[in-house]
Design a protein around this ligand. Structure first.
Ligand SMILES: C[S@@+](CC[C@H](N)C(=O)[O-])C[C@H]1O[C@@H](n2cnc3c(N)ncnc32)[C@H](O)[C@@H]1O
Length: 415
């Protein structure tokens, strides 16, 4: 057995769902366990994991570490002995990060470790977190740090060694270097878009009769086509191409379709592995997109739909274009969105393959202690031809007025 720790991004439940989905898609025989720190999960697997390929694939995993051993002692000498159970040589540069509510004396532990090692004739330097108790991925990567993790587990700790960290520069490149960005339309961060497409590919892979057991490195998403009918700047379609699916991008606004086309041209030149994948662009109302597509041809719809005009929070009040927003205004907005999404679900049924899925972020707004949500979409989904299979999983920036709830719906196919 091989034991790993995955350090997840902020939306823990969404990140965990993606991890489970990708491991299933790739045919690993594994078990997953939540640990006390909510961003940490333990994965036990019968064969070693391809850590480098996995960190590249997952949008919601920040670090992948291999478990060294559990320990009840954080005495620096005991820690050295624990680490040496797995390592014969001590790294030139080591770092310590802790995942626990307790404030651990990391500087003292590291300094004593350095002294003990020096006394043995082992020269080493250490790097510690500047803020909080966790080293940033970029520091681990740039300074070639061998990072040891101390993770609270029941009354004891797990010691693990980081094997891979997320390449934040590469994720940032796809977010900021593309020709067109427009924060005003509520774009998804690429990491969230990646989680959504990975969850979609997992749902169609392991729910379809022919379970794919292809390994990472070969293309586990090969042949699938993903449609984003509210494509905006094309963030979802870009991340779908990055994992090897074909894409169809549509939007009601011709300007958005153009921008997303240009962004995908840029992506294809920056990431040659995406060049041979098909990408089609259509101008269409999402409610009528089936007019321009063949029936039963899409494996999945993955989308962050229109969420209503943007709100601004000032203290406890919400404003829209400098006008105070009332509860009844929000209720009306949500009603309008329910109508739009129900129309979409009806229409997308036509283009989805029999085992097709919808992965969608649905808006939820809290105002004056009331939470308003597009409930009738969920309540009516069976009537519309879908079974809800995952959700709600929350994705929201801390300051966000509109929270996104991620759901997965599977098409009910009556042959
Ligand atoms: C929240 S944005 C999508 C942003 C996108 N996920 C991204 O990251 O760039 C919603 C998009 O829906 C489009 N839209 C609004 N109503 C629509 C409709 N009825 N059909 C299709 N697109 C629509 C808007 O033009 C906008 O580009």
């Amino acid at each position: 057995m091989h034991d790993y720790i995955f350090i997840l991004g902020n939306a823990h439940d969404l990140c965990r769902e993606e991890l489970v989905g990708v491991l299933k898609t790739l045919g690993f025989d594994f078990s997953i366990q939540k640990l006390y720190p909510p961003q940490c999960v333990q994965v036990t697997v019968t064969q070693p994991l391809p850590e480098e390929a996995l960190i590249e694939r997952l949008g919601g995993t920040v670090k992948i570490a291999e478990i060294i051993a559990p320990t009840s002692s954080l005495d620096p000498q005991d820690l050295i002995a624990t680490i040496r159970k797995k390592r014969t040589t001590w790294p030139k540069t080591f770092g310590l990060s802790a995942f626990t509510d307790k404030k651990l004396p990391l500087p003292k532990i590291a300094a004593v470790q350095k002294k003990v090692l020096e006394a043995e004739g082992v020269a080493t330097r250490y790097v510690l977190p500047r803020e909080g108790q966790e080293l940033r991925s970029i520091v681990v990567q740039k300074q070639a740090v061998t990072e040891f993790l101390i993770i609270e587990n029941n009354a004891d700790f797990i010691i693990a060694e980081t094997k891979e960290v997320q390449n934040s520069e590469d994720w940032g490149k796809r977010d900021y270097d593309r020709p067109f960005v427009d924060p005003g339309i509520g774009m998804l961060p690429p990491k969230v878009a990646r989680m959504l497409v990975n969850i979609a590919v997992a749902a169609i892979s392991y729910q379809s009769s022919a379970i794919r057991q292809e390994k990472l490195g070969q293309n586990s998403s090969k042949g699938f086509t993903i449609l984003d009918p509210f494509c905006g700047m094309g963030t979802v379609v870009a991340e779908a191409l990055m994992i090897g699916t074909h894409v169809v991008a549509s939007d009601i606004a011709a300007e958005m379709v153009n921008k997303s086309r240009k962004n995908i041209e840029w992506l294809k030149s920056a990431y040659p592995k995406t060049q041979d994948l098909e990408s089609r662009f259509l101008v269409s109302d999402a409610v009528h997109v089936s007019d321009q597509l063949k029936k039963n041809t899409m494996d999945a719809v993955v989308t962050e739909p229109f969420m209503g005009a943007l709100f601004e929070k000032k203290g406890a009040q919400l404003y829209q274009k400098n006008k105070l927003v009332t509860l009844s205004h929000i209720k009306n907005t949500i009603k309008g969105l329910e109508k739009l999404f129900i129309g979409c679900f009806k229409n997308w049924y036509q283009v989805l393959k029999p085992e097709g899925v919808i992965v969608i972020t649905l808006p939820e707004i809290t105002i004056a202690h009331h939470t308003i949500f597009v409930k009738s979409v969920i309540d009516n989904c069976e009537k519309l031809g879908y079974t809800p299979v995952i959700g709600p999983l929350t994705y929201a920036r801390p300051e966000a007025v509109v929270r996104r709830q991620v759901y997965v719906f599977k098409k009910i196919f009556n042959s």
